[in-house]
Design a binder for this molecule. Structure first.
Ligand code: DUC
Ligand code: ZN
Ligand code: ZN
Length: 472
């Protein structure tokens, strides 16, 4: 099957050009400049399908480097399965996800990973890879890290938060970083001072402060900035590459910025929720409604002015990637576990379907350039996590993961409008985007076209990743 995408503007991280794109099977065969007949004078007649992309952007499919399908958390599980979550991702122009396999204390890392392969295999609509959460750093799990690198899992997430669940102390972090420095893998860090937060949470609850907004008020920016600094210093000490996930506090990114200025291998990610949502507008809604927006790191106060700074840090590449941290929970029966006690609300927001649109709105709002949009949602995640140039670029030989994006279109996000995630509400209800995902092609198959879905469960393949290609 050959597909010719005609008349579009092909956007990469480095520029935008008029070109036609020829797909042969699952791969991109060629980019053809206007008037170039070297591959034949009438390719249009020879191609099995021709898609007219006049007036539209042709971009590499989105790579969401941070999702949690079926994550066990707070006595329940994230509500998207690999089937529902990857389908929703495809609807929104994301054609690759990297999900987090989980090892908890006392479990073998390999068993945690095998459980994740079992959940995903045969169920995904788009290609997928894994990071590995190490919830119990010990001799055995450190040894397992080396084995996993050979299996294409080249990044390991540690938690400075959630004592008693996923938490690692500084000695454990140091040891895991030493292993990463040796085997070349990347340490991904949830940087919040969990033991300090637990004290603040207990004090708030003792004072009868039980509403969802106290989730944010007990995780102040200092707890993120302090943990970020500690993680960076430990990475510096060991020489391990470090990637800080879901950054929301401008002060934490400022710490990261100075380390980057010194050319250390430290990188940061933020998420759409920190660029658009806030304590005042979402989390502090009356009653229990705010539970929909309980996630960690938390939504922060508008008065602290984080959002404009996070956009600025995206422009300066102090923040390298926007991922979702997609971790959906239904309001009924899941978020409701925290009625009367905010600390029992499962942490997470569902966004995997909307990331490409939400960040495109940043182009419309002149926060970032068109090319930067592609870079932070596709190209850099692919390079950061060892998938480039198979993913993250439209180039001959790359996988034919392509989105045809219509800048003249419109997308109204809402539970009764565009909603394919397996949750009973949308954290993005009422958001409107000045653009639209028109066509999505995943490894050569048109999966979304004319607001219809044509994807196939089980067609997504496991991606064995290489080491990061983004190190300084
Ligand atoms: N943060 C969340 O919001 N959910 C899952 C885990 C995490 O770190
Ligand atoms: Zn986290
Ligand atoms: Zn996460």
């Amino acid at each position: 099957m050959t597909i010719l995408i005609k008349n579009g503007r092909v956007v990469s991280a480095t520029g935008t050009t008029a070109a036609d794109v020829l797909i042969d099977g699952e791969r991109i065969a060629a980019l053809i400049s206007p008037g170039d007949t070297s591959l034949g004078a009438n390719l249009e007649a020879e191609a099995d399908r021709v898609i007219d992309a006049s007036g539209k952007y042709v971009i590499p499919g989105g790579v969401d480097a941070h999702t949690h399908m079926e994550l066990p958390f707070g006595g329940t599980f994230a509500s998207d399965t690999f089937e529902t979550g990857t389908r929703a991702a495809a609807w929104g122009g994301t054609t690759t996800i990297l999900d987090f396999a989980v090892q908890r204390q006392g479990e073998r890392v390999q068993d945690g990973l095998a459980a994740w392969h079992a959940k995903a295999a045969g169920n995904c609509h788009i290609d997928y890879g894994f990071h590995q959460i190490i919830g119990g750093v010990d001799d055995e799990s450190l040894k397992a890290m080396d084995e996993l690198v050979d299996e294409g899992i080249t990044s390991f997430k540690l938690f400075m938060a959630y004592p008693g669940v996923f938490y690692s102390d500084d000695g454990q972090i140091l040891r895991a970083m030493q292993s990463a420095a040796r085997n070349g893998s990347m340490i991904m860090m949830h940087a919040e001072n969990g033991t300090a937060i637990d004290v603040l949470v207990a004090q708030a609850l003792a004072e009868g402060k039980t509403d969802p907004k106290y989730h944010s008020l007990t995780r102040p920016w200092e707890t993120e900035a302090e943990a970020t600094n500690r993680a960076i210093m430990l990475a510096r000490l060991t020489g391990a590459p470090l990637y800080i996930v879901h950054m929301s506090a401008k002060q934490a990114v400022s710490v990261l910025q100075s380390a980057k200025d010194d050319a250390w291998n430290v990188f940061g990610e933020t998420c759409p929720q920190y660029l658009y949502l806030s304590l005042e507008d979402q989390l502090a809604q009356p009653g229990f409604e705010g539970a929909k927006w309980v996630c960690s790191t938390p939504l922060r106060s508008k008065a602290e002015e984080h959002q404009a700074e996070l956009w600025r840090y995206l422009r300066t590449n102090d923040l390298s990637i926007v991922s979702t941290d997609h971790c959906p929970f239904c309001f009924k029966e899941q978020k409701e576990l925290g009625l009367g006690d905010f600390s029992k609300i499962p942490n997470g927001i569902g966004s995997v379907e909307h990331r490409m649109d939400l960040i495109y709105q940043g182009v419309v709002d002149r926060q970032i350039s068109l090319e930067r949009w592609v870079e932070i949602t596709s190209t850099t995640p692919a390079r950061m996590f060892g998938l480039y140039p198979q993913k993250g670029v439209i180039a001959p030989g790359s996988d034919a993961d392509i989105v045809i994006y219509n800048p003249a279109g419109r997308t109204e996000i809402g539970f009764h409008k565009t909603h394919h995630m397996n949750m009973d509400h949308s954290a993005w209800e009422g958001f409107e985007i000045d653009g639209h995902v028109d066509t999505v092609i995943a490894r050569g198959l048109v999966v979304v076209e004319d607001d219809q879905y044509h994807g196939v469960k089980g067609r997504g393949k496991y991606l064995k990743r290489g080491l990061s290609q983004y190190l300084i």
